[in-house]
Design a protein around this ligand. Sequence first.
Ligand SMILES: Nc1nc2c(ncn2[C@@H]2O[C@H](COP(=O)(O)OP(=O)(O)OP(=O)(O)O)[C@@H](O)[C@H]2O)c(=O)[nH]1
Ligand SMILES: [Mg+2]
Length: 271
Amino acid sequence: MGADKMLLFIPAYNCEKQIARVLGRINAEVARHIHEVLVVENCSTDHTLQAAPAALADCPVVNATLVRNLQNYGFGGSHSIAIDYALKYAFDYLIILHGDDQADPGDMREALEKKSYRDFPLYLGARFHPRSTLTAYSALRNYGNRLFNLLTSAVIGQRVYDTGAGLNIYSTELFKNGMYRYFPRDLTFSAWLLLDGVKQGYALTFFPMIWRSEDQVSNARIIRQGWIILKLLWRYRFGQMLEDSQQPHATGSYTVHYRKRNGMTAGPEAA
Ligand SMILES: Nc1nc2c(ncn2[C@@H]2O[C@H](COP(=O)(O)OP(=O)(O)OP(=O)(O)O)[C@@H](O)[C@H]2O)c(=O)[nH]1
Ligand SMILES: [Mg+2]
């Protein structure tokens, strides 16, 4: 295991078909840098919860935890659970890999080996990076995302190639201001993390990735999310990111369904 304590967090909602596939993409070269995998299952209506333990047992990362949220806390709410976990157990970095197998963890292998993420507390995968490959991505979402990337670039004064892809490395320093508790719990959560990190003065960079769209269901609502991000960019530029009325969300709760420690299945009771 590397010198940096890294948590690989996988948000998973209705991805029974993809969860084993995405965990299967974590090869030994990537796994040796990761201290623990945390799958946060968000009350799926399919069998994601049942599919995950065997896939975690097979995964070469030696420590693994599968939790199920007590209720659906949304995409951002699942991220908040992982951030709380990363801070509680003193992880240095939080890697986010979407559970629906659109991103390939192999795309961060070079960064893990060269430790280039140390220079960029926001080390983000980007679907719209010039060297990225996008397969079967709709024209509306493609151009819509590119437009928002340009707007975001203009507002923060540096080139942005994605405001929320499915593979990112964050330094946990970013989260110590506790702002993530206030962010909306929808798919715009990643854009908030990005803007809050930049506002705090942390360095940002993007790396290319291969982004697949095969049997995944897209929940991204480009127009609704675009509107939220536009408002956010406006407030970032001309005032404060949070509205005065915005309250922190209550800390989410979960039950533990699987644990593996040092390669041995430990069972939920060994918390
Ligand atoms: N939409 C959604 N996703 C969740 C939730 N909880 C966890 N997730 C996981 O978060 C990931 C991202 O969600 P997606 O809806 O696929 O969004 P996306 O892939 O960024 O968007 P597109 O590539 O544009 O389809 C998936 O791996 C989901 O399994 C939730 O409450 N809602
Ligand atoms: Mg997806």
